[in-house]
Design a protein. Structure first.
Ligand code: MGD
Ligand code: MGD
Ligand code: SF4
Ligand code: MO
Length: 675
């Protein structure tokens, strides 16, 4: 064994945000957990361990260009590539430009994109894949607490009496969070794990109680629970009176449907609901976790608030009784949110609509007053429409594969293929989106670049390179700076990445996500402390936390229809551009599938492994069946398979407050023959 060097870095996959040590030797890279990290305590799952083998496979080495999207790509120099981007930007009006970023970019990268686009180019036409992921949670946090920022922390898992999980499958999607939950259960068998999900997922199977509600009935369920807690005198009236506003109106809405009727409409056995009610009505410490089952919905903000209302109403914003903790999906979606990469935001949890916020950024960036537009930019799904009506003519995608991840693949494809759109894709592989581009910019990937990331519990850590990048590629940060400098902009000469972080961190001074006192190289810091708002003073106008009435809804399903839930697999990451290269991560997950109740399949004379045609007005896909346990007339399919992109069947229906797309409730029919 050769002497090996150990590099401390972070995992590039989920929002759990595990801190890792990578040992490099001539035998390859050995990925281990970093036991000194106070957030993830040295644990890690198989994804980064396996991924380390495949970092050099299918990498891009040189910029690729074609003027005509129907012609093959030509290799070009970086000088020409940078020229092409800047020529397009300068020849178009700022209304014609659009930028699409990612929660997988590092904080420094998201920050510099934001500075370039919102500051120097003066347009808020920029969004990130967080619009498909965390936008409803962001909006709900702002409405309830006055600011974005998840409240609780992972330590709550270690001493919780009850862990309440809704619309989240951490056994697959946040494995180290789930392993910590199971460790708590093992050491304290009285701990109650409750999972609310239309599917009996691995998480639900390992829980004490599975509440298999019908898709879309969360708001009705949470309202029913709130109303019943009130009727039973189990709300924390002291907390409500002392520190909140809006409870009475919220209660009026919650009491509208009689409790038993509501529970029945949700498809939930009354005993299951009773068990949850008893926990909520007790003094037990409850940690609430949720993710895309609540976020990716037409009423995603309402679902988030409805769930949070249960914690507020029972005085659960503290170490003694627990708190809600929204699980973040991507490794640095939190950092992206902090740097203001969504179309309404600015760094330091600021908002483009707020004059003081704009001035703070303009001053910091040495820009004249009014450089930043006060208009909220359009969101990514609106941008797709704008491309189709020729309003947007330049799209620069960095670190995302929207062809497969946005709803309505046919529409997205039509837009990306538009001859009037100049499409730039910055990626480390030739993704399905990159394959449609005019210009592909090859970048460094995990293990090749440095910066910082924030995880789901607000914990920031450093990411460091442990291998050489492919020759001919450039770092995301250098690409942004080279383009900005070519545009003649000052303020993009950074001797190193630390200078970018230092400039960004100054913008967090006295903000909720304040990290201004931290040293870049030593970053190991939970901003906001263990838990937010322990003093019960909230960044709302009145200083009080806000209840909001939740309008109850349920899904109406026509007779022949099924609800198609889409989501993740255990080992693959999204559109498989990286994890799809590793045999161990493809095991059992190589092919797309449709999960279905056995009884419903057998009634159609279909067995496991048989193919079925799944259709709706948008298109059809043929998928092999796997049997599972789901609420009746519910189906599940993973979304990331390029050979059967499930978003072919998912329409663009957005939440009216967060503009997040409802990705988990397409209505489909099943047949054995193609129509
Ligand atoms: N292995 C792996 N891990 C990942 C990722 C990955 O691609 N692969 N991606 C990461 C990212 S970016 C994200 S956002 C997270 C997502 O993590 P999760 O949100 O946990 O994963 P999903 O599979 O999208 O959906 C979670 C659950 O929501 C349930 N659900 C659907 N509809 C409803 C509903 O109406 N009500 C309720 N209560 N539940 C519902 C689904 O049945 C599903 O089990 O995972 C992260 N981790
Ligand atoms: N139907 C349905 N659709 C969904 C979802 C769902 O549950 N159901 N989930 C949604 C959610 S929550 C999310 S987060 C999105 C995810 O959707 P995407 O962001 O589109 O998915 P990824 O496959 O992670 O794409 C990341 C791209 O970045 C590239 N990349 C990796 N590292 C780097 C890097 O360092 N720099 C650069 N420039 N590129 C890099 C990868 O090769 C890949 O092409 O999908 C959304 N779409
Ligand atoms: S749990 Fe998430 S962050 Fe941790 S090692 Fe696994 S994929 Fe990476
Ligand atoms: Mo996500």
């Amino acid at each position: 064994m050769n002497l090996s060097e150990s590099i401390s870095t972070g995992c590039p996959f989920c929002g759990t945000g595990c801190a890792l040590n990578v040992e490099c030797s001539d035998k390859g890279y050995k990925v281990k957990g970093d036991k000194t990290n106070p957030s993830t305590l040295g644990d890690l799952c198989f994804k980064p361990i396996q991924m380390a083998k495949a970092l050099d496979i299918k990498r891009l080495h040189t910029p690729l260009y074609r003027e005509d999207k129907n012609k093959p790509f030509q290799e070009i120099s970086w000088e020409k590539a940078i020229d092409l981007v800047t020529q397009n930007i300068t020849s178009l009006s700022k209304e014609e430009l659009y930028f699409y970023l990612s929660g997988q970019l590092l904080t420094e990268e998201s920050y510099l994109f934001t500075k370039l686009i919102k500051g120097h180019l003066g347009t808020n036409n920029v969004d990130a894949n967080s619009r498909l992921c965390m936008a409803s949670a962001v909006t709900a946090h702002k409405m309830v607490f006055g600011s974005d920022g998840p409240v609780g922390n992972y330590q709550d898992i270690d001493n919780a009496d009850v862990i309440l999980i809704s619309g989240s499958n951490p056994a697959w999607a946040h494995p180290i969070v789930f392993r910590r939950i199971l460790a708590r259960k093992k050491s304290h068998p009285d701990t109650l794990i409750i999972t609310i999900d239309p599917i009996r997922t691995e998480t639900a199977q390992k829980s004490d109680l599975w509440i298999g509600l019908h898709s879309g009935s969360d708001t009705l369920f949470y309202n029913a629970l709130l109303g019943e807690l009130y009727r039973r005198n189990e709300c924390d009236i002291d907390f409500i009176q002392r520190s909140s506003q809006g409870f009475e109106n919220t209660l009026v809405e919650a009491l509208k449907t009689p409790y038993h009727d509501a529970i029945k409409s949700c498809g939930i056995p009354i005993e299951a609901s009773e068990q949850l009610l008893q926990a909520l009505g007790s003094d037990k410490k409850i940690l609430g976790l949720w993710c895309q089952g609540l976020n990716q919905a037409q009423d995603g903000v309402m679902r988030n608030i409805g769930f949070i209302n249960l914690f507020l109403a029972t005085g659960r914003l503290n170490a003694a009784k627990g708190s809600p903790l929204s699980l973040t999906g991507q490794p640095n979606a939190m950092g992206g949110r902090e740097t203001g990469y969504l179309s309404n935001a600015l760094p330091g949890y600021r908002d483009v609509r707020n004059r003081d916020d704009r001035i703070a950024c303009e001053t910091h960036w040495n820009l004249p007053k009014n450089s930043i537009s006060p208009e909220v930019g359009i969101t990514i799904t609106e941008a797709v429409d704008s491309i189709l009506c020729d309003k947007i003519k330049f799209l620069w995608v960095a670190c995302s594969n929207p062809l497969l991840s946005l709803p309505d693949v046919a529409k997205t494809k039509h837009a990306l293929e538009s001859p009037d759109l100049f499409l730039v894709v910055q990626d480390c592989t030739l993704s399905e989106t990159a394959a449609l581009a005019n210009l592909v910019l090859p970048t460094f990937g995990w293990g090749e670049k440095e910066g910082s990331m924030t995880n789901s519990e607000r914990f920031i850590k450093r990411v460091r390179p442990f291998k050489s990048p492919p020759s001919g590629a450039k770092s995301d940060l250098d690409i942004i700076c080279d383009i900005a400098r070519k545009l003649g902009l000052s303020g993009f000469k950074y001797p190193n990445t630390q200078d970018v972080y230092d400039e960004y961190k100054a913008l967090t001074t006295k903000r909720l996500c304040d990290q201004s006192t931290q040293e870049y190289d030593a970053l190991s810091y939970q901003w906001g402390g263990e838990r937010l708002y322990t003093d019960e003073i909230f960044p709302t106008t009145s200083g009080k936390v806000q209840f909001h009435p939740i309008i109850s809804s349920t899904l109406t399903l026509a007779d022949e229809h099924y609800v198609l839930i889409t989501g993740r697999t255990k080992k693959q990451w999204h559109t498989m551009t990286r994890t799809g290269l590793v045999d161990e991560l493809l095991k059992d997950e190589e092919h797309p599938y449709l999960l279905m109740n056995a009884s419903e399949a057998l009634a159609m004379n279909l067995n496991e492994g048989d193919s079925v045609i799944v259709s709706n007005e948008l298109g059809q896909l043929e998928l092999p069946i796997r049997f599972g346990e789901l609420a009746s007339r519910h189906l599940f399919a993973p979304f990331g398979y390029p050979k059967a992109p499930i978003n072919t069947l998912v329409p663009t229906i957005n939440d009216p407050f967060s503009f997040q797309s409802a990705l988990k409730s397409a209505q489909v029919t099943l047949s054995t023959k193609r129509i």
